[in-house]
Design a protein around this ligand. Structure first.
Ligand code: NBP
Length: 481
């Protein structure tokens, strides 16, 4: 056997990761794909990689030095289970099987248990950065057992993206499904970030009448400041793009119906199960759903709205700056909510996750890479048990500078009839956190009224119930908490 690592699944992600691995000193990479043509193509197109092609699982196992390490990059779900099963038939106990696909973390927990029981090491690893990242350096989020991490660390560090301070964007996230959980939340944050940028663009365009190319310049400028990020950078490029066929801005000829592959929905579903209010991510996910319901939008176009001239912006430059601040504040909320979900997931599933380390491995390679992540890392370095990320001093200061503009923009959007669900829900979340009293007290009373669900009082311990259908006196109730 000549190869120290192998890749199964040679579609775009697998072949690019295989090339990335092969380009690092000391690696020889075995490659296998269910249908032979992809293997033949990859090997023929990249002789420099020195791949060891295998055309059966037996050949693949035979090509690998022991203990074997295999990276699976196939479609998540049943295909991943099928490949794991096939590998276990030809591998030996102690070998390491890595699933780098976008698997649901609960599947990873299940698989890790089943694979471990048969003596193998299983690592569910989140991979972010798309095909370019896979080739030149992704952000890697491996879970799995400590002993597998010890073996894998050097090779994963060698292929990962490198942050501006020289640190590779990979860390052992935690056990079993922790890596895929964190990758899921990464994607949820990505949804929120994209929606916030889209709302900012829409408000500027409809408020100031600027062209997409002019707005591209604004985003390019934003990309030199505290909003500096990959998503802001590519937004400027997208807005500058002109359609060859019509000569119009490309963004104006693309159907306004956003697709989704489901990881945003997973993030929200999981947050609902954990009771974590990731409202920004949820609104972003729902905004994509709304956009895709073209039939509902078609019958709703005539619904009453504000007068056409209700939206006038006197000072375009000032307005653009207010939108920028609203975007920044909402972004802080979205990340704070995402990190809250990781914290809650870690508590629920028994993972020890270093939140500062997570923010650091997202600084390069992945879609949400941004300057901003350094501020999150700083916040956790100063206070590792930070209860609410946005209460870190740096963010309190930023929110203090932004909140006036943020409120103005949300109010303006509502008055003008322009949907800004992520901007406005982020602000509502912020004010909800800040509130000294919430109307939740009234909800508790309602629940007690119709369902005898009981309530607690602010002035004494115990659990209480009002005899709503009787004489309405209060009685002490059995503690059901
Ligand atoms: P796809 O998700 O399109 O999967 C295609 C690969 O799965 C092919 O190699 C195919 O083999 C293989 N496969 C299937 Br389908 N069923 C199989 C089975 N029963 N047994 C063995 N192999 C099977 O590829 P991708 O876009 O490269 O993504 C790979 C993984 O990485 C996915 O889980 C994806 O979610 C994840 N991911 C993708 C990105 C991205 O930007 N695309 C980013 C991060 C993570 P065949 O050639 O024989 O059909």
């Amino acid at each position: 056997p000549t190869a120290n690592i192998g890749v199964v699944g040679l579609a775009v992600m697998g072949s690019n990761l295989a090339r990335n691995l092969a380009s690092r000193e000391g690696n020889t990479v075995a490659v296998y794909n269910r249908s032979r043509s992809k293997t033949d193509e990859l090997v023929a197109e990249h002789p420099e990689a020195g791949f060891v092609p295998a055309f059966s699982y037996e050949e693949f196992a035979a090509a690998l030095q022991k203990p074997r390490t295999a990276l699976i990059m196939v479609k998540a779900g049943a295909p991943t289970d099928a490949v794991i099963e096939s590998l276990m038939e030809v591998f030996e106990p102690g070998d390491i099987i890595i699933d780098g696909g976008n698997s649901l973390f609960t599947d990873t927990i299940r698989r890790e248990k089943a694979v471990r029981e048969r003596g193998f090491n299983f690592v569910g690893m989140g991979v972010s950065g798309g095909e370019e990242g896979a080739l030149h350096g992704p952000s890697l989020m491996p879970g799995g057992p400590d002993e597998a991490w010890v073996t894998l660390a050097p090779i994963l560090r060698s292929i990962a993206a490198v942050a501006p301070d020289g640190e590779p964007c990979v860390t052992h996230v935690g056990h079993d499904g922790a890596g895929h959980f964190v990758k899921m939340v990464h994607n949820g944050i990505e949804y929120a970030d994209m929606q916030l940028i889209a709302e900012a663009y829409d408000l500027i365009r409809r408020g100031t009448g600027k062209t997409p190319a002019e707005i591209a310049d604004i985003f390019a400028e934003w990309n030199t400041g505290e909003l500096e990020s990959y998503l802001i950078e590519i937004t400027a490029e997208v807005l500058r793009q002109v359609d060859a066929e019509t000569g119009k801005p490309l963004v104006d000829v693309i159907l306004d119906s956003a697709g989704a592959k489901g990881t945003g929905a997973w993030t929200v579903q999981t947050a609902l199960d954990l009771g974590v209010p990731v409202s920004g991510i949820a609104e972003a996910t729902f905004a994509r759903s709304l956009s895709s319901h073209r039939e509902q939008r078609a019958v709703s176009g005539g619904l009453p709205g504000p007068a056409e001239d209700a939206f006038t912006v006197d000072d375009a430059n000032a307005f653009v700056e207010q939108v920028r601040l609203a975007l920044y504040a909402s972004k802080i909320v979205a990340y704070s909510q995402g990190f809250d979900e990781i914290r809650a997931g870690a508590a629920q599933y028994g993972w020890t996750i270093d939140l500062g380390a997570i923010s650091k491995i997202w600084r390069a390679g992945c879609i949400i890479r941004a300057q901003f992540l350094n501020r999150i890392a700083d916040a956790y370095a100063a206070e590792p048990n930070l209860e609410v990320l946005l209460t870190a001093p740096y963010f309190v200061d930023a929110l203090g500078r932004a909140q006036g503009a943020w409120r103005h923009i949300v109010g303006t959007a509502a008055t003008a009839g322009i949907p800004a669900p992520a901007f406005s829900s982020s602000l509502a979340y912020y004010d909800g956190l800040r509130a000294k009293r919430l109307p939740a007290a009234l909800i508790q009373a309602q629940r007690d009224f119709f369902g005898a669900h009981t309530y607690q009082r602010i002035d004494k311990p115990g659990t209480f119930h009002t005899l709503w259908s009787g004489d309405r006196t209060e009685v002490e109730a059995e503690d059901t908490h």
